[in-house]
Design a protein around this ligand. Structure first.
Ligand SMILES: CCCCCCCCCCCCCCCC(=O)SCCNC(=O)CCNC(=O)[C@H](O)C(C)(C)COP(=O)(O)OP(=O)(O)OC[C@H]1O[C@@H](n2cnc3c(N)ncnc32)[C@H](O)[C@@H]1OP(=O)(O)O
Length: 235
């Protein structure tokens, strides 16, 4: 068992999945809820409904929220369905299928790094019709961090320099690239870019980052949810 929970177990909660099949079922259910929540967020920030309707919907959402607060993971616990640090982070605000905050970014390897695909919605808006600059930074920070992990040196961002060349259009398929360009002991130097799928030659945003693999003696203190061999801890 990987994940620990706080609070009393509720009768309507599923026992912690143990088999690969149960994990897949759990991931599918998390993903389905994430899809519905993303649709709700998008509808909520786009709607022109009346105040009465908004109050009625808010009441319904409060009721739904109450169904998910019985059995919860603690702050530092790593969900059982996750592969930390290089793989699935199902509640990541960038790549997580289960997070209503995530576009989500779909990541695949390239010859020399990673490529990500996503489409930003109106919930990610900065200037009218365009993506928030913080969203661009979040997409790049995540993919650049994942590129370090894919290259065998998972690390945390110590510096991220952003250049915003052109606004990033909403509701337009995007292409995000990340590549490790060099290393120095525990530091990795990484570049990244955002373009549209339709025009991959025109950089909208570029970034340069430095990531540091934490001192191994600090990893347990930083991530108490990991065991000594780097797997999520039991709980
Ligand atoms: C199994 C293990 C997995 C672990 C890896 C998990 C990765 C999981 C990936 C999730 C996917 C990505 C997600 C998106 C990326 C985020 O969003 S990360 C969140 C934002 N970043 C942070 O919160 C990092 C905050 N900073 C820190 O906690 C500490 O600086 C660190 C990164 C743990 C390094 O601490 P440390 O291991 O004690 O390093 P230390 O020995 O002090 O320094 C090593 C070198 O780095 C330099 N350095 C260290 N920190 C800094 C700094 N803040 N500023 C400037 N230079 C610095 C030092 O000067 C030193 O350089 P040299 O003297 O060798 O030239």
């Amino acid at each position: 068992m990987h994940t620990s929970f706080t609070g009393p177990p509720a009768a309507d909660t599923h026992p912690t999945p143990a088999t690969a099949e149960e994990l897949e079922r759990h991931k599918a259910a998390i993903t389905r809820l994430g899809n519905e929540l993303r649709a709700l967020v998008e509808a909520a920030v786009r709607t022109a409904a009346t105040p009465d309707t908004l109050h009625r919907v808010a009441e319904g959402v409060r009721h739904v929220t109450g169904q998910l607060t019985g059995r919860r993971r603690a702050r530092a616990d790593i969900p059982e369905v996750d592969e930390f640090p290089a793989g699935t982070r199902i509640y990541s605000p960038v790549t997580g299928a289960g997070s209503p905050l995530a576009p989500p970014l779909r990541v695949t390897p390239t010859d020399d790094g990673l490529i990500g695909h996503c489409t930003l919605g109106i919930a990610h808006e900065g200037p009218p019709g365009y993506g928030h600059g913080g969203m661009s930074a979040m997409l790049l920070d995540e993919l650049m961090g994942r590129a370090c992990a894919a290259a065998g040196a998972p690390g945390l961002t110590i510096s991220l320099q952003m250049r915003y060349h052109r606004p990033v259009p909403l509701e337009t398929p995007l292409r995000i690239l990340a590549r490790v360009t060099g290393t120095d002991h525990r530091k990795s130097f990484v570049t990244g870019s955002i373009t549209t799928e339709a025009d991959p030659a025109t950089d909208l945003v570029t970034a340069e980052g430095v990531f540091v693999a934490p001192d191994p003696r600090r990893v347990r203190a930083l991530f108490p949810g990991l065991t000594a061999d780097g797997d999520p801890a039991g709980g």
